[in-house]
Design a protein around this ligand. Structure first.
Ligand SMILES: N[C@@H](CCC[C@H](N)C(=O)O)C(=O)O
Length: 277
C-alpha cells in the first residue's frame, strides 16, 4: 500500500500527518512504529491522522499515535499542526476549527500572523479528577522514584502529566528519572513527566519526557500542564512564556474551571509517499 504523508513540526516536536478524510487508513500499532522509526521509517514523535467528524457541530476528528504505536488522548503541538494541515490542504477554509480528539473537542485557530492559538479545554487534577482544592499543599504529592522522593503535581490535559519543579532543567535527570516516572505504578496508563524551572512569574523553562516517545524538543500539553501546576502552586501568573529546547510557547489560563489557551507555531517540512506492508 502507498500512503501520502506530510512531515510537520511544532517547536521540533515532529509529526507525520496523514489525510484519511476521503478513505480510511488501516494503521496497526506495528505500522505506526514502523513509520515513526527514525532509521527505517520516516521518523516522528507522533503520527497524526485527520478523519471526518463523527459528531454534529464538529469539523474533523483527529487521532494521535505515539512513536511506540499507542493511541493517545491529546497532543498540543499536534493540534497546531493539524489546523495548519487542514487549512493548507484545502480541506476547509475556516481558520477556527472544532476538532474531536480521544479526550473531547478542542478548538484551534489559525491566526493571521501564522501562529496558532488552541483552546485546549479545562485541565483537571489527577488522579482523583476532583475539582481544584484551595489548599495548594494538597496539590503536591510525593512520588518515590528509585532512590529519590520527588514532589509532583499531577494534571490532566486530556492526557496525563506529572510535573515536578527543578532548579535547572539543563541538569535535571530528565531521561533517567523521566523513564521511571513514565512507568510508575501510580500511573497505570503511564504518564508524561515534566521538569519545570521557574525563571520569573511570567517565564519558565520546561523539558518533558513523553509517554511513548521519550524526551521531545517540546510538548504542548506538557507546557499547559506545567503552567497549570505552576499557577495552582502560586509559582507563576498567567500568561506564561514557556521555553522549551525547540522554542517558545505562550500559555494563558484563567484558573480552575476555565480552559487553557496555548499559542505557538506550526511548520510544514516536506511531503512524501511511503509504502506500507
Ligand atoms: N507531544 C504532545 C503530546 C503527545 C502525547 C503524549 N506523549 C502522551 O502520551 O500523552 C504535545 O505536544 O502535547
Amino acid at each position: 500500500m502507498r500512503l501520502r504523508f506530510t512531515k510537520m513540526h511544532g517547536l521540533g516536536n515532529d509529526f507525520v500527518v496523514i489525510d484519511a478524510t476521503r478513505a480510511p487508513v488501516d494503521l496497526t500499532p506495528a505500522r505506526v512504529k514502523a513509520i515513526a522509526d527514525r532509521h527505517f521509517g520516516v521518523g516522528c514523535d507522533q503520527l497524526l491522522v485527520v478523519e471526518p467528524a463523527t459528531q454534529p457541530g464538529v469539523d474533523f476528528r483527529y487521532r494521535i499515535f505515539n512513536a511506540d504505536g499507542g493511541e493517545v488522548e491529546q497532543c498540543g503541538n499536534g493540534a497546531r499542526c493539524f489546523v495548519r494541515f487542514v487549512h493548507d490542504k484545502g480541506l476547509t477554509d475556516k481558520r477556527e476549527i472544532r476538532v474531536e480528539t480521544k479526550s473531547g473537542v478542542i478548538a484551534p485557530r489559525l491566526r493571521e500572523d501564522g501562529l496558532v492559538t488552541v483552546d485546549m479545554g479545562v485541565p483537571e487534577l489527577m488522579p482523583a479528577k476532583v475539582p481544584f482544592v484551595s489548599d495548594s499543599d494538597a496539590l503536591v504529592q510525593p512520588l518515590q522514584v528509585g532512590d529519590a522522593t520527588v514532589a509532583i503535581t499531577a494534571v490532566s490535559m486530556g492526557n496525563p502529566h506529572a510535573v515536578q519543579v527543578v532548579a535547572d532543567v539543563d541538569t535535571a535527570p530528565v531521561t533517567g528519572q523521566g523513564a521511571l516516572i513514565e512507568r510508575h505504578p501510580r500511573f497505570p496508563a503511564r504518564v508524561n513527566a515534566g521538569f519545570l524551572q521557574i525563571v520569573d512569574a511570567h517565564r519558565v523553562r520546561l523539558r518533558v519526557f513523553e509517554r511513548g516517545a521519550g524526551e521531545t524538543l517540546a510538548c504542548g500539553t506538557g507546557a499547559c500542564a506545567a503552567v497549570v501546576a505552576g499557577i495552582v502552586r502560586n509559582l507563576v501568573e498567567s500568561p506564561v512564556r514557556v521555553e522549551t529546547r525547540g522554542g517558545e510557547l505562550e500559555i494563558a489560563w484563567g484558573g480552575p474551571g476555565t480552559p487553557v489557551l496555548m499559542t505557538g507555531p506550526a511548520v510544514t517540512v516536506f511531503e512524501g509517499e511511503m509504502s506500507l506492508d
